[in-house]
Design a protein around this ligand. Structure first.
Ligand SMILES: *[C@@H]1O[C@H](CO)[C@@H](O)[C@H](O)[C@H]1NC(C)=O
Ligand SMILES: *[C@@H]1O[C@H](CO)[C@@H](O)[C@H](O)[C@H]1NC(C)=O
Length: 136
């Protein structure tokens, strides 16, 4: 319970710092879907990353590159599914059988190459997930 309070506190701090954080609270074993809209007016999309920032570390859950290369975090491969790609309107990720360690901040990062060849990094809405135990 103490850690849950800590996360609630962290979340409040985060919401103050950044208005674009959605808070979701789910139980262990439930599934979470994350959706990212790909904007076409910012140039051509070269990379997409989905990061998870937990208490101690940050990992890359999913990365996609222009050439079609897709990487999934080996630790999540069995529980994670994605739909869509760099040329679709959305990339959606479902993480099933949630564990307490899935608690944390989920961040999408999109890299676009503009007409004049400059690179633009764009962050989509962030989701803060709290995975609660079933109490058993
Ligand atoms: C999670 O789901 C699995 C398979 O559906 C089940 O065996 C397990 O008891 C569940 N765990 C909890 C904590 O609900
Ligand atoms: C992805 O999620 C968005 C928003 O929830 C939905 O509108 C879209 O149909 C989904 N696309 C796929 C391929 O699942």
């Amino acid at each position: 319970m103490k850690t849950d309070l800590l996360f609630t506190f962290l979340f409040i701090q985060l919401s103050k710092a950044c208005a674009e954080v959605l808070f979701r609270s789910l139980m262990e074993n439930q599934s979470m879907e994350l959706s990212c809209s790909l904007q076409r007016n910012l140039g051509s999309l070269t990379h997409l990353h989905l990061y998870h920032r937990g208490v101690q570390h940050q990992i890359t859950l999913l990365s996609m590159a222009d050439g079609g290369e897709v990487r999934l975090s080996p630790d999540h491969r069995g529980r994670m599914q994605f739909r869509g790609g760099l040329h679709s309107l959305h990339v959606n990720v479902t993480i099933s059988h949630l564990e307490h360690s899935d608690t944390g901040l989920y961040m999408w990062e999109l890299s676009y190459r503009e007409m004049d060849n400059t690179d633009l990094i764009h962050s989509d809405t962030k989701v803060f997930l709290l995975v609660e135990g079933t109490g058993t």
